[in-house]
Design a protein around this ligand. Structure first.
Ligand code: SAH
Length: 371
């Protein structure tokens, strides 16, 4: 009998599964709690489940765990980047980001940046993941397990999740939303939807769907330019969903949910950081109450960028601050993001795995790279 992979099953699916084994429904609640709230790695750890039932489970089910291959710790800010191997030997990365010490509530917060796909098909010109191409979508179980595995290496509870690692969450909508439902369940890891952000390169249809389904998570749009032509140069996805299409979908989202979206905006020197760009932003904020996250452009030189990508340079710090200040003067809530983890290539947009597929049979040792 083929064993059923149960990491990633919802409570309802687990109930159906245990019933198919001729067991009582409450067994599913036990499994749910062991797998998600307690992060059990095997049936052996599920000590309050009878030996007999654990034997049945051993024969009929599997709890697939991500295998930690490498853990890199930033010496400058404590960011931790994890390299995980999936069941089919493909690799993904996740990043644990401690808050800046000066931030309010810093001692209570810990954020994990999650991947949703292996690679990404969108080919945004500034992003390292794009250079890998697309390999496959992650399952809900693989998304959830990033949290469970990272938690084992964290000094305190992971309180916030950002779906901003490798991949485009909206292209894996069902599994992403299923992972959110499980992770936010109070019988599971209980990470409140208010503390979960989904970031998209711009799928207007999915933004509308999130509004229609009244998804309570926070929504972020990687905007990067309000000029359709320039955005198309940066992000080819703009050919499918134009800037005006995206703005309309966010207007719809705001009207329906009353939740302010966040716009992420990487500043590229001389490309999208001019007075004209500020004016467009101010006009937009009158249409949609929003927050803006200014992101420094992190170098992806290590990918051997060429052509248009190689012409992109970061706006210097002082002009970044000026850009942010101009938006604040127009009453826009603005955050300038730090570059946590840049020294270990763990900052926004720097995630890329070279070892696409390792055929090695032997398990590699976990190496702790201290930079
Ligand atoms: N596909 C989703 C989530 C992954 S990217 C999205 O596009 O939103 C997460 C964030 O990192 C996005 O805002 C993206 O635009 C940003 N990013 C990508 N490459 C970057 C780089 N080199 N420097 C800074 N931010 C980058």
């Amino acid at each position: 009998m083929k064993k059923k992979s149960i990491r990633g099953l919802s409570l309802k699916e687990l109930q159906e599964f245990v019933e198919s084994l001729g067991e009582k429904k409450y067994r599913a609640t036990q499994l749910f709690s062991w797998m998600y709230a307690k992060g059990a790695q095997s049936f052996d750890e599920m000590t309050d489940i009878s030996r007999e039932f654990r034997d049945v489970l051993e024969h009929s089910a599997r709890v697939d765990n991500l295998e930690l291959v490498r853990k890199s710790v930033s010496s400058t800010d404590g960011t931790i980047k994890f390299l995980f191997r999936l069941i089919d030997d493909l690799m993904i990365e996740s990043v644990l980001i401690p808050p800046e010490e000066t931030a309010p509530g810093a001692d209570r917060r810990l954020t994990l940046c999650l991947s949703t796909q292996v690679g990404c098909p969108l080919d945004c010109k500034f992003c390292a993941t794009g250079t890998m191409g697309f390999l496959r979508n992650l399952t809900a179980g693989e998304i959830i397990d990033q949290v469970i595995q990272a938690q084992r290496h964290a000094e305190r509870r992971i309180t916030n999740l950002v779906y901003m690692g490798m991949g485009e969450p909206m292209l894996n909508y069902e599994e992403v939303m299923k992972s959110v439902d499980i992770l936010s369940d109070d019988r599971s890891l209980n990470i409140g939807t208010k503390h979960i952000t989904i970031s998209t390169a711009g799928y207007a249809d999915k933004i509308r769907q999130m509004a229609d389904e009244d998804r309570k998570v926070k929504l972020a749009l990687s905007l990067h330019s309000l000029d359709n032509e320039k955005r198309t140069q940066l992000m080819p996805i703009t050919k499918k969903h134009s800037v005006s299409d995206l703005i309309e979908s966010l207007e719809y989202y705001y009207r329906k949910t009353r939740r302010r979206p966040t716009f992420e905006y990487i500043l590229f020197d001389g490309f999208n950081d001019t007075k004209e760009d500020i004016k467009k932003f101010v006009t937009l904020s009158k249409r949609i109450p929003c927050k803006v996250n200014i992101i420094p452009f992190h170098s992806i030189d290590f990918t051997g960028a060429s052509g248009f990508a190689a012409t992109l340079k970061p706006t210097p710090r002082d002009r970044m601050e000026q850009f942010a200040q101009a938006l604040r003067e127009a009453n826009i809530t603005v955050m300038v993001r730090s570059s946590a983890g840049e020294d270990i290539e763990a900052a926004c947009g720097q995630l890329a795995v070279e070892e696409k597929k390792s055929k090695a049979k032997s398990k590699p040792a976990i190496t702790e790279t201290l930079t």
